[in-house]
Design a protein around this ligand. Structure first.
Ligand code: TRP
Length: 459
C-alpha cells in the first residue's frame, strides 16, 4: 500500500522520516521521559506514600521492570516501523501469533490521550507560574501566602482552563510540524539545562539546614508503612516517568536507525530520568521540612515549596522564571510523546496530514481535559473512587493502563517474538541479551501481575 513501507530486503522504513542521529533519538526519548513526572509528580507521590520504602521500590521497578519494558518497546517499534497499532498487528502476524495484538496499540493510544488530558492542565499551571515568577509574586512571601496563591489560582476555573488551552495549542503546533523539525529541536538544550538548575537548587536545599531530614525521609525505608497500594503507585510512577507502557517509546523507536544500540539508548534515558527525579526529591523535601509543610500535600506540593524557596533567595525572580520556563519545555516535549501514537495512527490509518491529525487529537484531548481542569474548582465536589475526576484519570492511567500495557508489551517481546527477531534487534545474543530475556520473560511479567493482583486483593 505505502511504497516506502514495503519489506525490501527485510528492512522497513518509516513513513514519517528518521532521527538524524543516535543522539537525536536519545534526546527525544529523554525529552518525553523527563517531564512533570519527575519534578511535579514524583515528589508528591513519594510524599503521599511515606517516602523511603516507596522510593526504594520505585527504583527497583525502574531497573528490573522499566528497563526491560523500555527495551522491548523500542525493539518492537523499530522492527515494525509503523504506528503502535499497525506495528503490533503486523508483528503479531509475522511472529506467528495474531493481529489482535493491535489492541495493545489501541489501549496505548487511549492512554496517551487520557494522560495528556490532565497533564496539560498541570502544564498550564507551570506556564502560569512563569508569569507569576516574572512579576515577582513570590518575592519575600511566607509559606501561607505562597500556598494561598496556588489555591486561589487553581480555584479559578477560567485561569486554569485558559492555561490548559494555551498549553494544548503549543503542543498541537509542534506536533503538526513533524518529526525532524518539530520534536528534535525542542529537546536539545532542555535536559542539560534542567539538570544544571536542579543542581543549583540542591545547593539552596542544603543551605536550609534541613537537608538531612529530606534525605532521611527519602531513603530511610519504613517497610511497615508500605502497603500494596503504595507498591502499585511505585510501579505506576516507574511506567509514567519513563513514558513506557503505552506505545510512545514504540512510536519513537519506529524512527530509529538500524545501527543504534537499543540497550545503550535505554540505559542513557533511564539514568537521566531517574537522576532528575531523585534530584527533585532532594530539593523539595528539605524545603518541606524547613517550612513546616506536609510532605503528603498532594498535587500542589511543588507549587507550594519551590516558589517559597525562590522568593527567599537573591536573584530569585530570575531563577524562578528560568526554572518554570525549563519545566514548561520539559512538559512540552513530554506532551509531544503522549500524542505521537495517536497522531501517527491517524496519519497512517485514516490518511490525514500530520497537521490535521494534530488538530483533531489536540481538540479531543483539550475537551477531555476540561474534566481535570474543573476538578480544582467548580467540579471539586464531584468525587468517586480515588477522589476528583483529575485524581481518577491519573490513577487509572498510571496504575492500570500503563502496567497492563507494559505487561502485554513485555510478554509479546519475551514470549511471542522468536529469539532470532529480538536478538537481531538487540544486536547480539550475549550476556546483556540473556539478562534482558530473563527479565522480559519472567521477572517483569510476574512482578507486574503480582503488584496488580495484590493491589486489587486478588490473592
Ligand atoms: N514521562 C512523562 C513525565 O514524566 C509523562 C509521560 C507518561 C509520557 N507517558 C508518556 C510522556 C508517554 C511521553 C510519552 O512527565
Amino acid at each position: 500500500m505505502l511504497s516506502n513501507q514495503t519489506n525490501d530486503g527485510g528492512k522497513r522504513t518509516s513513513l514519517h522520516g528518521h532521527w538524524s542521529s543516535r543522539m537525536a533519538f536519545i534526546l527525544a526519548v529523554t525529552g518525553s521521559a523527563v517531564g512533570l513526572g519527575n519534578i511535579w509528580k514524583f515528589p508528591y507521590i513519594a510524599g503521599q506514600n511515606g517516602g523511603g520504602a516507596f522510593v526504594l521500590v520505585y527504583l527497583l521497578c525502574v531497573v528490573l521492570i522499566g528497563m526491560p519494558v523500555m527495551m522491548s518497546e523500542i525493539l518492537i517499534g523499530r522492527r515494525g516501523r509503523r504506528n503502535p497499532v499497525a506495528t503490533m498487528q503486523l508483528l503479531g502476524k509475522e511472529e506467528g501469533s495474531t493481529g489482535a495484538w493491535k489492541w495493545v496499540g489501541v489501549i496505548g493510544v487511549l492512554a496517551g490521550i487520557l494522560i495528556l488530558s490532565y497533564y496539560s492542565v498541570v502544564a498550564g499551571w507551570v506556564l502560569t507560574y512563569v508569569v507569576k515568577s516574572v512579576t515577582g509574586t513570590f518575592t519575600g512571601q511566607s509559606a501561607e501566602v505562597v500556598s494561598a496563591v496556588f489555591n486561589q489560582f487553581t480555584g479559578s476555573w477560567k485561569s486554569v482552563v485558559a492555561a490548559h488551552t494555551i498549553f494544548m495549542a503549543l503542543t498541537v503546533f509542534v506536533v503538526a510540524r513533524g518529526v525532524e523539525r518539530g520534536l528534535e529541536q525542542a529537546v536539545r538544550f532542555m535536559v542539560p539545562a534542567l539538570l544544571l538548575l536542579m543542581l543549583a537548587l540542591l545547593g539552596y536545599a542544603i543551605s536550609t539546614g534541613h537537608f538531612m531530614e529530606g534525605v532521611a525521609f527519602m531513603f530511610t525505608p519504613d517497610w511497615g508503612k508500605l502497603g500494596w497500594n503504595s507498591v502499585l503507585a511505585a510501579l505506576g510512577q516507574a511506567f509514567f516517568t519513563l513514558s513506557i507502557g503505552m506505545g510512545a517509546v514504540m512510536a519513537y523507536g519506529a524512527y530509529l536507525p538500524e545501527e543504534t544500540s537499543i540497550t545503550g539508548a535505554s540505559a542513557a534515558v533511564v539514568v537521566a530520568d531517574t537522576s532528575i527525579a531523585i534530584l527533585a526529591g532532594l530539593v523539595i523535601f528539605p524545603l518541606v521540612f524547613a517550612n513546616n509543610l506536609s510532605p503528603a500535600e498532594g498535587p500542589g506540593l511543588v507549587f507550594h515549596t519551590l516558589p517559597l524557596a525562590f522568593g527567599q533567595m537573591s536573584g530569585g525572580v530570575l531563577f524562578s522564571t528560568v526554572f518554570f520556563v525549563l519545566l514548561s519545555f520539559a512538559a512540552w516535549t513530554s506532551a509531544l510523546g503522549l500524542v505521537e501514537p495517536a497522531v501517527a495512527w491517524l496519519v497512517e490509518h485514516f490518511h490525514k496530514t500530520r497537521a490535521q491529525a494534530a488538530v483533531i487529537i489536540g481538540t479531543l484531548i483539550w475537551f477531555i481535559g476540561l474534566g481535570s481542569a474543573l476538578s480544582f474548582n467548580v467540579l471539586g465536589d464531584v468525587r468517586f473512587l480515588n477522589g476528583t475526576i483529575f485524581d481518577n484519570v491519573d490513577y487509572v492511567t498510571s496504575n492500570v493502563m500503563l502496567p497492563v500495557g507494559g505487561l502485554l508489551i513485555v510478554v509479546f517481546a519475551g514470549w511471542i517474538m522468536c529469539r532470532n527477531s529480538t536478538a537481531e534487534e538487540l544486536g547480539s545474543a550475549g550476556t546483556l541479551y540473556r539478562i534482558w530475556r530473563v527479565l522480559a520473560r519472567y521477572l517483569a511479567p510476574i512482578g507486574i501481575l503480582m503488584v496488580l493482583g495484590k493491589a486489587v486483593g486478588l490473592f
